[in-house]
Ligand binder design. Sequence first.
Ligand SMILES: Cc1ncc(COP(=O)(O)O)c(C=O)c1O
Length: 354
Amino acid sequence: MYNFNSGPAVLPAAVLYEASEAVLNFNNIGLSILEIGHRTDWFVNVLEEAKSLVKELMQLDDSYEVLYLHGGATTQFMQVPMNLLNEDETASYCDNGIWGSKAIKEAKLFGNVHIACSSKDQNHTYIPKELSVPQYSKYLHYTTNNTVEGTQWHFIPEANVPLVADMSSDIFSREIPFSKFSLIYAGAQKNAGAAGVTIVVIKKDILGKVKRQIPTILDYRTHIEAKSLLNTPPVFAIYVSMLTLRWIKKEGGLREMEKRTNERADLFYETLDSLNLFEGKVDKQDRSLMNATFTTKNPGHEKLFLDECKQNGMVGIKGHRSVGGLRVSMYNALPLSSVQALCDLMKDFDEKHG
Ligand SMILES: Cc1ncc(COP(=O)(O)O)c(C=O)c1O
């Protein structure tokens, strides 16, 4: 199968193989990874390796802490303002897509939200280049890659306030100066492993400034103290994430991931732009290198094309239910040959029906 799913998504074959072996016999200890205690040395070593790989790949120093938490990126929409924003304070948010809008909705439960920029006027088909970020903002939040709409920030916004980013759908796909951020979060299920766990990277000095009482399990400080072992973590999901990060490092780290990201996206978009029957949905300069959104110019062709994809073993090409159209997700583990196969099918379709 060619797996273009948006998440959970394609994983490296080597990771799937090793994880499947560990389900039967983890590290030859005679037990499954699914049946070892989370406080055993066996699992603690997995967790510590995963956390240290995150830091290593991001080139972060010890002023940062890495957490593996429950609840998906969606929980972070609420946990970030709960930990960083007092009721009478303001945070700035970029409103560039469905996930950013959800984060804004949650932040409003905890304090004031200033909209630093919005692309709502054009259905989030572009990334605004001008931002307004008042100096009194406690932080600026944005979604680095808009999974649903297919846009991506190709620059880091300038703001003299702490930066907070939802990197769920482009984490580890490119080399960026991660130390510019005070808090980064990402659901693991796209570029960093299996569903069930969220990576949160925090610069420790931004914590401890809110007045409210934070429930224990939602307080980042308790998770830091407990080293991500406050309660039973999703052991298997963390194991798969560790294997995925090991794979990224072994393949050549983020430099190599970025090279592959560009190769896949160049091939796909060059093909898309050369055909008559398809068109991209967003501004070219803001196109996502992870999630390409497009449509058939003739709406009647969409189902026909999806049927052909299915017949050829290509899955995950239907656009998100909220926006329709077509979407191809090209995460780290997607081989270039899968993109090539899809491009060949699109060319063929264009010839047949054009
Ligand atoms: C950018 C982004 N943020 C947040 C989410 C929500 O993640 P979760 O389902 O882990 O809560 C997604 C899911 O696809 C996403 O792509």
